[in-house]
Design a protein. Structure first.
Length: 87
């Protein structure tokens, strides 16, 4: 099976590679990182399913606003004690 790399996903979505990496790292976008590498890989079938379930990802806002919204949607659990102490 051929997996999509971050650059291909970013190009298809019209967002930066940094945005895609953040989505992978935070679990917004289903992806995996092979052991011993720094590269994220996305299963094309899961990517297509993810696209069908997402609200429009490009609505004229800059990447950092889209990322903030996406990450906020994933944070449903309470903050860890060290995060609460930092605020």
């Amino acid at each position: 099976m051929s997996y999509l790399k971050v650059g291909a996903v970013a190009a298809q979505l019209g967002v930066s590679e940094q945005a895609v990496r953040l989505w992978c790292r935070t679990g917004v976008l289903p992806a995996y990182r092979p052991a011993g590498t720094r590269q994220w890989l996305v299963d094309p079938e899961r990517f297509e399913a993810w696209l069908r379930t997402r609200a429009p990802y490009r609505d004229g806002r800059p990447d950092h606003e889209l990322l903030a919204d996406s990450v906020a949607l994933r944070r449903t659990e309470p903050a860890a004690p060290h995060e609460a102490a930092a605020s």
